[in-house]
Design a protein around this ligand. Structure first.
Ligand SMILES: O=CCCCC(=O)O
Length: 453
């Protein structure tokens, strides 16, 4: 069952029935049958439709932000920011798509060849609740320009976002059978992946969801892109303004109530700064991140997306404390609603679950590093490899440390933050493939070699 429950109050707003087996089969048929006509349109025509979608997302930004606030508790200002990135993504692929898809001539031994860049077919997208519009955009915009068609299964708590996105795309001119939303259940995913009419799948979600989808896709030899979890390190080498560093790093962690795959979840601070950083961070977290109504623009700490999510994170915090971590701030569940106090933990060791697992909520863990090498060791001591950031005053040293961190993305003196033209993705258990930027249009592309002579 898909449903909308306001996480600020716990009130159930709407229930939406799952698609039946027949409806799912029909939806697959729609996107499969629509593919030949869509792919043969010119890239310019598809790009113009995607540009119109950008304008419509822009026009409906307030409505989309309000939907996200209701469905998953996003602060309304953050919702507007998210739609801004969506607009950028649609505009980026509308503008750059045609050049990114241009033929690539190749001199080969004894002759000439060309690489053409075409689509591969009908794709399944499985998208999560933490960025209900952005996650869909970064999969859909490049693939529509490329000429693939899309069956989209959104998170079960986001049916209104799912419907609004579908409506915007159709209004922009994407034919109804080229982009189809399905309210399929997770149990129906293996059947969709086994269907020969589906050519590939892109999932953004948990590590566990990634494992299941990768297994099914593998059995059926389907191309996958997986954007999974992260426990990104944020390394602080030195600073000439500790308050600014504390505020900026706290902001990065608390964004989206800590529910971002690429949020910095482990602050790794060199020993000479550690005590002062922890004291000031604890003060900032306690005084600034006060829980409130996500619809109120003044609110700093909204609820998590659901009571299940809040209970899970509160459970991880309680377990860390039970296993010997020090609670510096927060830690309590607040009801009614899906609130958890903003939390700071220290003294987390490899024997504790919190050391290696992802904590998807407003929880900061701070580690002390004895020096640069130790900071890099701690940063890399994780099963994940999504993002990382390095903070310091010496650009050469920042870069040297960045080069030694095992992650798909490293940011200097800033943490995370997607943008349309910068590839996004991880290594290790954070996933496979890239989205956004030039790389984001290549994942479901047939780079066809044509030997000319
Ligand atoms: O959960 C991952 C989404 C990343 C959003 C961002 O970088 O802004």
């Amino acid at each position: 069952m898909y449903s909308v429950t306001n996480p600020a109050s716990g009130q159930l707003i709407e229930e939406v029935a799952n698609s039946t087996e027949e409806e799912v089969r029909a939806a697959i048929g729609q996107v499969y049958d629509a593919y030949p006509e869509w792919r043969q349109r010119s890239v310019g025509e598809r790009a113009a439709i995607v540009a119109r979608a950008a304008d419509l997302f822009d026009q409906r930004a307030h409505e989309l932000a309000q939907i996200m606030t209701l469905e998953m508790g996003k602060r309304v200002n953050e919702g507007l920011g998210e739609v801004g990135i969506v607009v950028d993504i649609f505009r980026y692929y509308a503008e750059h798509g045609p050049a990114l898809l241009a033929d690539e001539p190749l001199d080969i031994k004894g002759g000439q060849a060309v690489i053409t860049k075409g689509p591969i077919g009908a794709l399944l997208g499985i998208m999560p609740w933490n960025f209900p519009c952005y996650q869909v955009a970064r999969f859909v915009a490049p693939n529509l320009v490329l000429g693939n068609t899309i069956l989209l299964k959104h998170a079960s708590i986001c049916p209104r976002s799912a419907r609004a996105i579908e409506e915007i795309l159709h209004t922009a001119g994407v034919p109804e059978d080229v982009y189809v939303n399905t309210f399929a259940s997770s149990r129906q995913i293996p059947g969709i992946l086994a269907d020969p009419r589906i050519a590939g799948v892109s999932l953004t979600g948990s590590e566990q969801a990634g494992i299941s989808v990768a297994a099914e896709a593998g059995k059926n030899l389907k191309k996958t892109v997986l954007e999974l979890g992260g426990s990104d390190p944020l390394v602080i080498l030195d600073t000439d303004d500790l308050d600014e560093t504390v505020n900026a790093t706290a902001t990065a962690r608390m964004r989206n109530c800590g529910q971002s795959c690429n949020a910095p979840k482990r602050m790794i601070v060199l020993a000479d700064l550690y005590d002062e950083y922890v004291d000031r961070l604890t003060k900032r977290i306690t005084e600034y991140y006060v829980p409130g109504d996500p619809a109120d623009p003044a609110t700093k700490l909204p609820p998590l997306a659901s009571t299940a999510a809040a209970d899970e994170v509160a459970g991880q915090v309680a377990k860390a404390i039970e296993q010997g971590a020090t609670l510096r701030a927060g830690g309590r569940r607040i009801t009614p609603g899906a609130y958890l106090e903003a939390t700071v933990l220290t003294d987390v060791t490899p024997e504790m679950d919190a050391y290696y697992e992802e904590i998807f909520g407003p929880v900061v863990i701070v580690f002390k590093a004895s020096g640069e090498d130790d900071a890099i060791r701690l940063a890399n001591d994780t099963p994940f490899g999504l993002g990382a950031s390095v903070w310091g005053t010496d650009p050469d040293r920042n870069r040297r440390v960045a080069d030694r961190i095992d992650a798909g993305m490293v940011y200097l003196n800033r943490a995370g933050g997607s943008q349309a033209d910068l590839p996004f993705g991880g290594i290790k258990r954070s996933g496979l493939g890239r989205e956004l930027g030039p790389a984001g249009i290549e994942e479901f592309m047939n780079k066809k070699s044509i030997r000319l002579s």
